[in-house]
Design a protein around this ligand. Structure first.
Ligand SMILES: [Zn+2]
Length: 370
């Protein structure tokens, strides 16, 4: 019995030691998912509930609230609390959908919402598509839309009969860009996507976890145009239609390279950018961002892109104000849109005159009737 006890003590100790060692060893192979380090920094944390100047959110998606007057009223209450003067809703579309958006948003709150149209690409192969699209847009403008949204589907999703992706600079859309120019409504155009989505899906991809969650956001395949090609196509239409104002969504799709984004602004006077869903990218390069936003203060519009979890919440706005207005360091803005990578951001404490332009003065210049 005594020998048995001794045996179990020795065996138990050896087992425990080897277990501890192997656990320590295995930490070197910790799964990415399990590595969630907590910052030990003790730094200032500013809660900014109201924008310093009335803000116009130039890029938002309200399709989730237009089925209920109560949801819209709730949203207006949050806008009031956060000092959001207006929200630009890009989801109007055309036909019945557009009627619903106008009825729920524009009719009861004409000074609080702007509604955008979209183009029906389902008839892209019809010989009369160019005229059909232009006429449809003119009809939408008569109903009250104040802008046109083009999603990344153009270039990355819509295919023509030959099986190839519709080019962003297709001549089929020229009449549409002309209608926008003549009517004085801007085109908010989202072309391409974060650069990491066009690079291999491997351990070097800086947006790895995000793309694993959304495999359809991966465009690193031979069938797709490259980012460079897509941007060239987009810039060609901007050049071809100098009387039409284009707002390049997501900092013109080139937030990772602000020098290049700036070159395009210098080259195309009819090009503007919105900042929607990109404070996460802007905030990890705070010195470049601050200089960029100050230099191009007349060409940038504040936007949020709404919240991808669909919730109507004020936190999204609070995080934006914190980013633009404070010099807070190393904070998480994933709740302002969605998780976009393993890094934190820094506030860019913009001067008042810049803040006011980005928050509302530029939008007031670009939208008809403001
Ligand atoms: Zn959007």
């Amino acid at each position: 019995m005594r020998y048995l006890n001794l045996f179990s003590v020795v065996f138990g100790t050896v087992f425990l030691l080897s277990f501890c060692c192997s656990k320590k060893e295995s930490l070197k192979d910790i799964r990415l998912l399990d590595f969630q380090p907590k910052s030990m920094l003790v730094v200032k944390e500013t809660k900014v509930e109201k924008a310093k100047f009335p803000a116009i959110d130039a890029h938002n998606h309200l399709r989730g609230i237009v089925n209920s007057d109560e949801d819209v009223a709730n949203y207006v209450r949050i806008m009031d609390e956060c000092n959001v003067q207006m929200v630009v809703n890009l989801d109007g579309g055309w036909g019945e959908s557009l009627d619903k958006h106008l009825k729920r948003l524009k009719e009861p709150y004409p000074d609080r919402f702007i509604v955008y149209a979209r183009i029906d690409f389902s008839k892209i192969d019809a010989p009369d598509f160019p005229q059909y699209a232009a006429n449809q847009l003119e009809e939408s403008i008569k109903k009250g839309v104040q802008g046109l949204k083009i999603s990344k589907s153009l270039g990355l999703r819509v295919k023509e009969a030959d099986g190839k992706y519709l080019r962003v600079d297709t001549p089929k859309l020229d009449p549409v860009w002309e209608v926008c120019g003549k009517s004085g409504i801007p085109v908010t155009i989202h072309v391409a996507d974060p650069l990491a989505f066009f690079t291999p899906l491997d351990g070097f991809n800086e947006r790895l976890e995000e793309v694993l969650d959304h495999p359809d956001w991966m465009f690193n395949k031979p069938e797709y145009y490259s980012v460079d090609e897509l941007m060239e196509q987009r810039n060609r239409i901007i050049e071809r239609h100098p009387n039409t104002n284009f707002i390049g969504a997501h900092v013109g799709g080139m937030v990772e390279n602000l020098e290049l984004a700036a070159e395009w602004l210098d080259k195309y006077p009819n090009l503007y950018y919105d900042t929607c869903a990109r404070i996460h990218e802007l905030g990890r390069q705070p010195y470049s961002t601050r200089k960029f936003l100050i230099k191009y203060a007349d060409r940038i519009l504040f936007g949020t892109d709404g919240c991808s979890d669909g919730a109507i919440n004020a936190n999204m706005f609070h995080l934006n104000w914190r980013f633009y207005e404070t010099d807070d360091e190393y904070f998480d803005v994933s709740k302002a849109h969605h998780y976009q990578g393993r890094w934190m951001v820094y506030g860019v404490f913009l001067p008042d005159d810049v803040l006011e332009k980005i928050y509302n003065l530029n939008a007031k210049k670009l939208y008809p009737g403001l």
